[in-house]
Design a binder for this molecule. Structure first.
Ligand code: MN
Length: 327
């Protein structure tokens, strides 16, 4: 996924732990519709949010679809760069083909995790699989999230992981797949660089339970399908429910089929600058990343994508500033 806003503003994130809700809260953060790709498909972006820029190290959340991709090109995100983050691709329905400058070429399907670690720099593309006739599911629906890398890991070499099998906790009509980190003793094999968790709870019937969580983590949740009641708050697809810290469990109720994505982590202490597809620490770093991408230097090339790479948009007129979690 690429941030394809033609003139992306500065995306603020990171910073003072004082701005983290240390007590349980229930803040509904409305998403905004953002065009993705040259054809302007809209996705719902809930992170970064004006009022809440990060949840743990999670710094970006796009919910796309359900979209009819039975005909036409489907999703087409041309080669573009990333730095200082990991991308997490998770599907409800459909398929996405990932290619990157390490030479990876990997189809991801529902229930599987594509985790790309940009580190000091990588380029990738994402597309609906083609073929003649088109061989893909008629509906594409999923999320892409970004995780900011802490200072200790942000210059690591780029890496790509595909996990077809993830640990799943099953309890009656509830199953919980652990994408990143650990939940209820189930640990994901995916590589994380800060204390965090990402999990998807799927219900196939009535559920009334409590998910074990950590008081030192802050959490937020996004419903992908159906409706649930989380910590007493009715939740449907759209907003991100920010929950703060301070809980040891989280009440989850559902009447029937639903899917809920839970993200959380230790409050991220570092201030970051997020602009276009880059996460850095100051203006000059971002300028350097952008200059390298425009000069076709340092990110490598993505082989096989049927189209041109994305040019970087112009930098904003005012210098990018590292800022706190809220402002
Ligand atoms: Mn991307």
């Amino acid at each position: 996924m690429s941030n394809l806003e033609p003139n992306p503003g500065e995306e603020l994130g990171g910073g003072a732990a004082a701005a983290v809700a240390v007590e349980p809260v229930r803040e509904l953060l409305a998403g905004r519709q953002v065009p993705l790709g040259p054809r302007g498909d809209l996705v719902t972006r809930t992170l970064p949010h004006r009022d809440r820029r990060m949840v743990g190290a999670w710094c970006f959340a796009d919910h796309f679809g359900p979209k009819d991709v039975a005909t036409g090109p489907g999703m087409q995100v041309p080669p573009h760069p990333h730095t200082g983050l990991q991308t997490v691709t998770w599907l409800v329905t459909g398929e996405v083909l990932h290619r990157d400058s390490l030479g990876s070429r990997q189809l991801v399907r529902p229930g599987q995790l594509n985790l790309m670690t940009a580190g000091r720099g990588i380029a990738h593309s994402e597309e609906s699989p083609a073929g003649s006739p088109v061989r893909r599911s008629p509906t594409l629906h999923g999320v892409q999230l970004w995780v900011a890398l802490p200072d200790a890991a942000r210059w690591v070499g780029p890496a790509f992981e595909h996990h077809a099998e993830l640990p799943v906790l099953v309890e009656g009509a509830l199953s919980v797949a652990v994408l990143l980190g650990e939940l209820a003793g189930h640990a994901s094999p995916a590589g994380a660089h800060s204390p965090l968790v990402g999990a998807e709870a799927t219900t196939v019937g009535p559920v009334d339970t409590r998910l074990p969580v950590r008081p030192d983590f802050e959490y937020a949740a996004l419903v992908l399908t159906g409706e649930v009641e989380l910590d007493g708050v009715p939740l449907a697809p759209g907003p991100l429910l920010y929950l703060g810290c301070g809980r040891s469990d989280l009440a989850l109720r559902a009447g029937r089929s639903a899917r809920l994505l839970l993200i959380g982590g230790e409050p991220f202490e570092e201030r970051i600058v997020m602009w276009w597809n880059f996460v850095g620490r100051d203006h000059d770093e971002i300028v350097g990343f952008r200059t390298d991408w425009e000069a076709e230097r340092g990110f490598g090339a993505v082989a096989g994508y049927p189209g041109d790479r994305l040019p970087a948009p112009p930098l904003p007129a005012t210098p990018l500033k590292p800022r706190g979690r809220i402002r």
